[in-house]
Design a protein around this ligand. Structure first.
Ligand code: SF4
Length: 257
């Protein structure tokens, strides 16, 4: 007998200013926002403590800082994912189908980002899916939509068996405890996104690589691997001097009296 799951919306379509800018480039983005770190009681960001990114996380930088219902909704979605995976993935598939329909209507290309505020290895998340021929197979979400481009930022440098329709950008932190992961990502040639304090003082090169502007949109999958994507500190990140945000402020020399 076919199980009927309660319908629940999981993806947000272009609610973030950077993905809205992506529409000008021809893309419509659906993002899943879960509760970062251990806010739900289960840690969805295994490297957040080493990287020091939880406080300045986008979670606080976005609308969540001003709307108390948003963190609660994200915790509820996370519990749904943790406690009822079959229903969660059923709804996720429906949301991606909806995103594809909306994109088609607008003449845009759909993009899906599942780690809006989490760092889950989605490539390892398998669920039973009934295909249009009536056959059920255990698959990950990328296999259900082989023609759809997915992308994410990640602090996990050793993710393996990444599907060809899933693009990953490694997320920088300059903290000492995070260095082995950064070194591994650099050695693997991953594209690296780094948050800079001063948007007017972005270097041409960082860690020996060319720096590309990254705040004009969230479209990463078309950018070169082996590059650095510059993002600018917002919200609590502006006050972060722990190493997560790159301190590129100009040095001011004081005259001796
Ligand atoms: S790993 Fe990503 S989502 Fe998790 S706390 Fe750090 S910046 Fe936020």
């Amino acid at each position: 007998m076919k199980t009927i799951y309660k319908r629940r919306r999981l993806l947000s379509e272009d609610t973030n200013s950077k993905t809205v800018k992506g529409q000008k480039l021809g893309f419509l983005t659906g993002i899943l926002y879960l509760a970062p770190g251990s806010l739900s009681g289960v840690n969805l960001c295994p490297l957040a403590e080493k990287a020091g990114c939880l406080n300045p996380c986008l979670y606080e930088a976005g609308r969540a800082a001003f709307t108390p219902s948003i963190p609660i909704a994200r915790i509820n979605k996370t519990k749904y994912y943790l406690e009822n995976k079959a229903a969660f993935f059923h709804n996720l598939v429906m949301d991606i189908e909806l995103l594809i329909a909306h994109a088609e209507k607008k003449g845009l290309i759909p993009l899906v980002r599942l780690n809006g505020t989490s760092d889950i290895r989605w490539e390892n998340e398998y669920f039973d899916h009934i295909f249009s021929n009536g056959k059920t197979r255990s698959v990950n979400i990328f296999q259900v939509f082989p023609d759809i481009q997915f992308y994410d930022y990640t602090k996990i440098s050793n993710r393996k068996n990444i599907p060809q329709n899933y693009d990953l950008t490694f997320s920088y932190s300059g903290r000492a405890a995070f260095k082995p992961f950064l070194d591994q990502a650099m050695a693997a040639g991953m594209r690296i996104a780094a948050v800079f304090h001063d948007k007017n003082n972005i270097p041409d090169k960082f860690m020996g690589r060319k720096v590309l502007p990254g705040d004009n949109s969230d479209i990463r999958h078309t950018e070169k691997k082996n590059s650095i994507v510059a993002l600018y500190a917002k919200g609590p990140a502006k006050k972060d001097f722990s190493g997560f945000v790159v301190d590129n402020r100009p040095v001011i020399y004081l005259k001796a009296a």
